[in-house]
Design a protein around this ligand. Sequence first.
Ligand code: HEM
Ligand code: HEM
Length: 175
Amino acid sequence: MRNHNRYSAISIINHWLTALLVVVMLALGFAAGAAPSEEVEIYIIGVHISLGFFVLIFVAWRILFRLYEGFPDNIGKTALERRTAYWVHRAILVLLALQIVTGPLYLFTENECMGVFGWFSVCIPLESLSFIHEPMEWLHLNVGIYLLPALLVLHFLGTIRHYATTEKQQAPSDL
Ligand code: HEM
Ligand code: HEM
């Protein structure tokens, strides 16, 4: 792991593209949960899964790149702020990794494929692991509905605090 004080250009692109994709994935997940009929819910989850294929590839690349590049030192006036940022950033990436693993596993363990906008589908028959089907669903739903949104709210509040209290030219790391 390399150590450095600023986010690289690739990191900045990765951060904002992930933010966009994940917010859309959450919106689709919530829209499916609130769908007025089963047909609408199935349709929205279909879009969630299709986009999920690309989110899976991108998030995996982004996490591997972060592991390769390392995290810059966190900014914050107090040790508590820096410590919170340290753990929140790592926790967000761990939860994203969980989502891109549990989503497909939930499908594959009941012998369903990941259809991608009707263009192609990815099928890995894992019915032999059907005992993990429900735990995967439980994890995916609880991380997606409660844990990840809660951490993102915390992250958002932290960044507002960061932008509001840091002089631009003094910031050792920024996005
Ligand atoms: C308006 C929305 C957002 C703003 C203003 C924002 C801003 C920032 C800033 C300033 C940092 C660097 C802080 C530091 O190193 O101490 C950061 C890091 C990070 N943010 Fe965000 N962020 C936003 C949304 C998101 C979203 C939606 C996600 C996840 C889906 C996310 C995931 C991360 C992660 C994982 C890091 C750690 C460094 C990295 O690997 O990129 N952020 N963000
Ligand atoms: C960052 C990535 C992801 C996020 C944030 C996310 C979030 C969510 C959320 C919030 C729901 C809840 C829907 C509800 O309210 O009932 C959900 C459901 C679901 N997601 Fe994801 N998801 C992600 C990635 C994926 C991927 C890659 C797949 C690939 C197959 C996937 C497949 C599913 C499926 C099949 C459901 C429905 C589960 C059920 O019917 O019980 N998700 N997701």
